[in-house]
Design a binder for this molecule. Sequence first.
Ligand code: ZN
Length: 442
Amino acid sequence: MAKSKGKKKGGKNKKLSKGNVHVTSVSTNNKQQQGIWSASDECEHYAELGCHIVNIARCRPDRPATSPSSSSYTCSDFRYMYEHAMQIYPWLIGIERFDSSDYHPEDIDKIPDVAMDDEEMILTLTNVTQSITKICYVTVYDVDVCDVDGNVLKSGVSSTTTSVKDSSTTTTTTKERKCTTFIILCPPQTFVHLCSLTPNQTQDDNTTPITSWSQIDIESDIQPWSFHPNIDDAHPYLLHFPFHGLISEEEGSSEVVDAITAYRCTQSCDGQLTHFFHGNYHAIDFACPVGTPLYSPVNGVIIDVNDSITGGKEVSGIAASNMFQWNSIMIRVEDESVDATTDPLYVEFVHIQTDSCVVQVDDKVKKGQLICRSGSVGFSPEPHLHLAAYRSNGDDAATVCVRFDCIGRSEGDATAEPFLPQTGGCYNQSGLVSNYKSSTNI
Ligand SMILES: [Zn+2]
């Protein structure tokens, strides 16, 4: 995900079945009891899926993560960031300040973004710019890599599904590859020693020992960090909860109204994995099995549908190259409660299942109407819905915060207020509903 999670194909996202829990209890006010995750809980969740997060630039004490002003980093800023990052990410091998005076000027340009040391067998991310904070995704394929203590870091999977059509049939083949991905928000003038190669591994033939990084497939996606210009931007429109179908009397929809199941929010605003760019800062992820029906969160018009396999190939999982290769559907809000001229709103579902859209561009849709099914297409550690709202449908639009309408709770219930899901909590159309620690086995 190099740039932002935009609205066009071009970039990424995740898979797993622990998204659903059945409601067993009403929430309390205690965050822990509600199952809300801390930032480190979130990092642990994604590490289990093979995504190892190192948000060094967010360790800066005096500035929020969204305004790096990196040109003004001081020596003490670097020291503070590095010390805190090493505490927060104790598995890291190390972080070092890049000193340009150590190099001949003509050699600096030759320093690769991902440096491979065959003596120590260490993989290092480099950012030799003077002032640019970078977001870096680095994927190592097929081998085990280990942390500073020699423990193997959890790996995940990236898959490619190819469809070949002949006159009467379509043949679909899925290939999976083991991989480990690092997600690094790297300040300027910094080397990050990510991992070392686990010793005594062999290549596919099981006989050739791996003795050099050059034998290993490594890919990266590295971009300047496009931070959000206004994280406080909020739109008053309230969304309908997208997993809750409303049967239309006119259309007599036969979809089952699922008011019982709750869905875990696996990343909210300012998320650790991917929600810290201008194009996805306020996005909300809900884990849900592939094929889960998704209902329109708004009254509006479909303006973009992107749910077909591009070039006969569909990718999923955690490979850096899966960035910007998702499916999506975009809706423009048309509702009497919203002035489309002064306060426009666009809502997007990302990672949807291929060929699942039951609506087309220009179709009018109502809240609770089935529009498509969830998937895991693009950069996607686990199957989930990525929902984002924008004030324009430009490719480079920044997200805006939008809350969900609470329905199904009795009048006067203090909890029956619009809600904004928080990472780790489980939600349905009534809001936070369950203590995941007591209601699931996660
Ligand atoms: Zn997301």
